[in-house]
Design a binder for this molecule. Structure first.
Ligand SMILES: O=C(O)CCC(=O)C(=O)O
Ligand SMILES: [Fe+2]
Length: 285
């Protein structure tokens, strides 16, 4: 993807709160991923809850289900979008979720919501999250394609009646439906006879508690098989200053063959903090 494409997609995200990239990955490649996830979809019982749905199947730990998911999470164009959206408000971004969602026939439309509402605190000064829905089957208005409410990232919703008409993210496997954590959206109703399957890959600010616990989903024995950029997205790295440490050190040491029995705590500061502290130490000496 080109820089022009990146700029156009960012402009659309900023204007509408979402953008559908039609050809982010080859369709056949996504179809192959769908086949690789078929057993997990079959084995997973329906969700329970008025948010998760009653005729919807969801499972996480996607990186353990198919090797292809690594390429999905590390898709360069999507990572560039996520860095551009979130990078000004954190030192590094993290993987927030990698979850498969199948909306089965008979499921009703999901409650329209903004995913950033999973976190407390004041919103509105910066984005918390970029979510990417990758359709595994064709998404249509009748089978539960994600519905996106344009412009809702700009104004907090007072009542559901205030929602604008949704845009139905009708698209093919290979497309990437990207939407901000502030954008109101929801899964659609499925009034067809076949399930609508998709995969959500989400990226959030590196200092937030991620939706899917990465250290339980991918403990060190699992994560050590992954390439470094992926382990960093999972949190096997510190977010300076010193956040997410293990015994005061970088948690990536748990991915090594041996872990020392005793460790010293070592500062991991941003350069501006390191120089401020060095100046303080000189002054105090
Ligand atoms: O399945 C979909 O299209 C959207 C699901 C969603 O927004 C969610 O579960 O938070
Ligand atoms: Fe959502």
């Amino acid at each position: 993807m080109t820089g022009t494409r990146l700029a156009a997609d960012l402009a659309a995200l900023d204007r509408d709160g979402f953008v559908i990239v039609p050809d982010a990955l080859p369709r056949a490649w996504i179809r192959a991923l769908d086949r690789e996830l078929a057993d997990a979809f079959a084995a997973t019982p329906y969700a329970r809850g008025d948010f998760y749905g009653h005729r919807t199947k969801r499972f996480g730990r996607l990186l353990t289900r198919a090797d292809r998911v690594q390429d999905l999470v590390l898709c360069p164009h999507i990572l560039a979008l996520a860095e551009a959206v979130l990078g000004t408000a954190c030192e590094r971004i993290q993987l927030n979720v990698a979850q498969a969602i199948a909306i089965h026939p008979g499921e009703r439309a999901q409650f329209p919501h903004a995913d950033q509402d999973m976190w407390g605190g004041v919103k509105g000064t910066h984005e918390f999250l970029l979510n990417v829905m990758w359709p595994l089957t064709t998404f249509t208005a009748n089978n539960g394609a994600t519905r996106l409410y344009p412009g809702t990232h700009r104004r907090p919703l007072q009542a559901l009646d205030d929602l604008p008409a949704p845009v139905v993210a009708a698209c093919q496997p290979g497309a990437a439906i990207c939407f901000l954590g502030s954008t109101v959206h929801g899964g659609g109703a499925n009034i067809t006879t076949r399930p609508r399957r998709g995969v959500v890959i989400g990226y959030s600010l590196g200092w937030l508690k991620p939706y899917e616990n990465p250290f339980l989903a991918y403990p060190p024995a699992v994560a050590r098989q992954f390439p470094r950029p992926l382990t960093e997205l999972l949190g096997y790295v510190q977010h300076r200053p010193n956040l997410g440490n293990f015994e005061g050190q970088c948690p990536s040491l748990l991915l090594e063959d041996t872990v020392p029995a005793a460790l010293s705590a070592v500062d991991a500061l941003r350069p501006d903090q390191a120089s401020m502290l060095a100046a303080f130490a000189r002054h105090d000496a």
